[in-house]
Design a binder for this molecule. Structure first.
Ligand SMILES: Cc1cc2nc3c(=O)[nH]c(=O)nc-3n(C[C@H](O)[C@H](O)[C@H](O)COP(=O)(O)OP(=O)(O)OC[C@H]3O[C@@H](n4cnc5c(N)ncnc54)[C@H](O)[C@@H]3O)c2cc1C
Length: 370
């Protein structure tokens, strides 16, 4: 329980609820526009999915580009290269350009890859296994090599953005948001009231709960994913993934990250032994070297998943000064920068110049959300 007499530092006029990658990217782009913000984070910076994600920045596929978030993904990947150059990403957060290999293990998957990437991009099993020495050729039919992707350490990336933004971080939970005459006027944190004219709800899968402070319903829920961090002797560089969303990637810290799962189990963030066995079995079937490795850490975290799978980015209808940025699902690290930039533009200019935010508005759920 917070002590009611605790004195918190005076907060800034722009308050971001949530110290994950989306809140941090928003703070970063606001700072480039001259606005310094306070980030209120109830546990620790990057203590949710933003700290334990794999950190893959996969180049969008042609199928991705047809999704409402496709152009956001393309823009954001380009921004990742720019920001890595500006903030010394290779040194500060292990940013690394990589090619990734996407494999097919069944005939329907082979047809899917051919349909998405075309005949010219297809490589047979032997070619893929020589390109990605992780893979056992007899376990796959073939695949495609995705150039222009990258990877990073997501926890350090999130912290680097906050540092670059000179954001003030307060570890506390926002208890209420004050609204007068339809406009945000402040927040109450740890029993103390602070004036603020702008509040951004970026609390990941907890945004639905946080939005109740404004009396707004936000259709976002948690989707659990688990990852194993492993030491694997003589592990090759690079990364591969299959069409079921499983992957193996060698991180710059020398560890291998492999996963993952999609579990609809509410706000349970505990890794499980059953899933560990399942991940090890499926990764070893494709990459036998994994079987000889040692699991050094198990992580589980919650993706913020919107009801239709598209992020929710924009103003809260009916409350001037309140904004939302959540629902980035499996792609939040990738999509963070374009999201933060678009929101900073919206907040400072009244509209985003870089992204048409209409497909991301909360109003699209108006028919379903009373
Ligand atoms: C296993 C796994 C692997 C993934 N791998 C990748 C990947 O390789 N590439 C990729 O692009 N994406 C990946 N993702 C997705 C990505 O991690 C998420 O989309 C992204 O981290 C979401 O960021 P966020 O800031 O919205 O939420 P979070 O990281 O959940 O941050 C929200 C923060 O808000 C805080 N909070 C909650 N309520 C309050 C409150 N009331 N007041 C103050 N603070 C509050 C929480 O403590 C939390 O720190 C992966 C996800 C999982 C689960």
């Amino acid at each position: 329980m917070p002590e009611p007499w605790r004195i918190l530092p005076r907060m800034r006029d722009t308050v971001i609820l949530g110290g994950g990658v989306i809140g941090a990217a928003t703070a970063y782009y606001l700072s480039l526009r001259g606005i310094e913000s306070t980030v209120v984070e109830r546990r620790a910076v990057a203590s949710g999915a933003s700290g334990t994600a794999a950190g893959l920045l996969s180049a969008p596929t042609p199928a991705d580009l047809r999704q409402p978030w496709g152009s956001l993904a393309g823009q954001s990947l380009a921004l990742h290269f720019d920001v890595a150059a500006a903030l010394d990403g290779p040194a500060t957060y292990d940013f690394e350009p990589i090619d990734t290999v996407l494999i097919a293990v069944s005939e329907p998957e082979r047809r899917e890859l051919l349909q998405v990437f075309g005949e010219a991009a297809w490589r047979d099993a032997a070619a893929i296994a020589s390109r990605c020495p992780w893979l056992q050729a007899s376990a796959i039919l073939g695949g495609v090599v995705r150039r222009g992707s990258a990877q990073l350490d997501p926890a350090r990336f999130t912290q680097t953005l906050l540092d670059a933004a000179r954001a003030e971080v307060i570890i506390a939970t926002a208890e209420s948001i004050a609204v007068a005459s339809g406009s945000v006027t402040g927040v109450v944190v740890a029993g103390a009231s602070h004036s603020a004219s702008t509040v951004i709800l970026a609390a990941g899968p907890w945004t639905a709960e946080t939005a109740t402070l404004l009396g707004v319903e936000v259709p976002v829920s948690p989707l659990k994913g688990q990852i194993l961090r492993m030491e694997v002797s003589n592990a090759p560089d690079g990364a591969f993934s299959d069409l079921a969303g499983n992957y193996v990637v060698r991180k710059r810290n020398g560890l291998i990250y492999t996963g993952t799962t999609e579990e609809d189990v509410g706000f349970d963030e505990r890794p499980t032994a059953a899933v560990e066995r399942q991940i090890l079995a499926s990764a070893s079937a494709l990459a036998p070297i994994i079987a000889g490795g040692k699991v050094v850490e198990r992580t589980a975290c919650l993706r913020p998943l919107s009801a239709d799978g598209t992020p929710i980015i924009g103003a809260v209808p009916g409350v001037t000064g309140a904004y939302l940025a959540t629902g980035h699902g499996r792609k939040g690290i990738l999509l963070s920068l374009a999201t933060g930039r678009a929101l900073a533009e919206l907040i400072t200019h009244g509209e985003s110049e870089s992204v048409d935010l209409a497909p991301f508005s909360l109003q699209r759920f108006a028919a379903e959300v009373p």
